[in-house]
Design a binder for this molecule. Structure first.
Ligand code: NDP
Length: 384
């Protein structure tokens, strides 16, 4: 039996992970489960899985969690400190599935324990970059990518040598607006943006997919996970989301990982690695799918991937600024405060506004860049 903690347990990745754990009750003991404020849902999961502790990041939701867990024997806790304390409890697998940079500090706390981190929370790695990868090295932790593209690349690199890699190609579905005109993009609503054609995901990443910022963040994520150099990383649009990414070696061989558009496949790959486990996902029926299409990304309609490439080349604080600006812009779009195309424009404004902060060298410095950028981005929204 292995131990597991899942931060962001009530979300899309969190519940998909728990679906796999549920199918193998003898294989897992759940230590910690967290949410932001979905106290009722979190309590139900904590009871079902007999978790040691359940944590709500938003402390104002703790009374509701306590009530919902009364008599269950599950410890209830709230607030950021409690989240970090729970993330520090040693486990065999720590699943980082909080959305946004809010997941950074707990993920770093887990890395310090030197265990295995199944990382879905891309914003944490984008923001912290070298600070996180250095901590992984220092503490002897194992970082396993859960993001389907990075999990695919990770699988394609098994048995290969990084020095033999010619290209790493990230595939992108192109999101719900891949065929939209500029006028349609300008008029796009939150309801349209969160309706992803292939994947069922949380609201923030769905909007990121629609702007292609998701692929931009993944480009930076790939740069840290697979350091082949930025000029060897590229993006291709593949509307069917069947080929999850590819690695081309110097001899001209391209290895690709294919699978259904179901996050339980990459999650299972990370949970079982280096072994394999069963999933309830439908087998891939390529004859039924028939055609796999590929096309170059259009950075005129979707500038986010260009911004991410520029932020990655600049390095230092730029990726954390890009990420924080995007988080604020996406929240403003979802709240109806700004239009769809303003999301990437705002991220670009924030990257260009004044001088960038010095490169962050510690977790606290990354968090400072993040919070200062959020303050500046909110001011920009107010001024508009
Ligand atoms: P969801 O929005 O579905 O879930 C987010 C989870 O994080 C919920 O448990 C939520 O709690 C919690 N949470 C939200 N805000 C905070 C906060 N400020 N502090 C602590 N916890 C918080 O997100 P997804 O599952 O879609 O995505 C999670 C991460 O995985 C993201 O980084 C995303 O980019 C990445 N990812 C997701 C994929 C997917 O298919 N969904 C695919 C690949 C990567 P509550 O329920 O209380 O709001």
């Amino acid at each position: 039996m292995r131990t597991i903690s899942i931060m962001g347990a009530t979300g899309s990745v969190g519940t998909s992970t728990l679906d796999l754990v549920r199918r193998d009750p003898a294989g897992w003991r759940v230590v910690a489960l967290s949410a932001n404020c979905s106290a009722g849902e979190l309590a139900a999961l904590a009871r079902e899985f007999g978790a040691e502790i359940a944590i709500v990041a938003d402390e104002s939701c703790l009374p509701e969690l306590r009530d919902a867990l009364a008599g269950s024997g599950v410890e209830a806790a709230g607030g950021e400190r409690a989240l970090i304390e729970a993330a520090s409890r040693p486990v065999d697998v720590f699943v980082a599935a909080i959305v946004g940079c809010a997941g950074l500090a707990p993920t770093m706390a887990a890395i310090e324990q030197g265990g295995t981190i199944a990382l879905a929370n891309k914003e944490a790695l984008v923001s912290a970059g070298e600070v996180m990868t250095a901590a992984v090295q220092r503490h002897g932790a194992t970082l396993l990518p859960v993001d389907s593209e990075h999990n695919a690349i990770f699988q394609c690199l098994q048995g290969g040598r990084m020095s033999d890699v010619r290209w790493i190609t990230l595939t992108a579905s192109g999101g719900p607006f891949r065929n939209a005109t500029m006028a349609e993009l300008n008029a796009a609503t939150p309801a349209q943006a969160v309706k992803h054609p292939n994947w069922s995901m949380g609201a923030k990443i769905s909007v990121d997919s629609a702007t292609m910022m998701n692929k931009g963040l993944e480009f930076i994520e790939a740069h840290h996970l697979f350091p082949v150099g930025l000029d060897r990383l590229r993006i291709i649009v593949h509307p069917q989301s069947i080929v999850h990414s590819m690695v081309e070696y110097r001899d001209g061989s391209t290895l690709a990982q294919l699978g259904p558009s179901d996050m339980r496949v990459p999650i299972a790959s990370a949970l079982a690695w280096p072994a394999r486990m069963d999933t309830p996902c439908d087998p891939l029926d390529l004859a039924a799918i028939g055609t796999l299409e590929f096309r170059a990304p259009d950075e005129t309609r979707f500038p986010a991937t260009r911004l991410a490439r520029e932020a990655a080349s600049h390095g230092g604080a730029a990726p954390a600024v890009l990420n924080a600006a995007n988080e604020i812009a996406v929240a403003a779009f979802l709240a109806g405060q700004i239009g769809f195309t303003r999301i990437a424009a705002m991220a670009e404004d924030m990257l260009q506004q004044g001088t960038l902060p010095p490169p962050p060298a510690t977790l606290d410095e990354v968090l400072l860049v993040d919070s200062e950028t959020r303050t500046r981005a909110r001011a920009l929204l107010q001024a508009a």
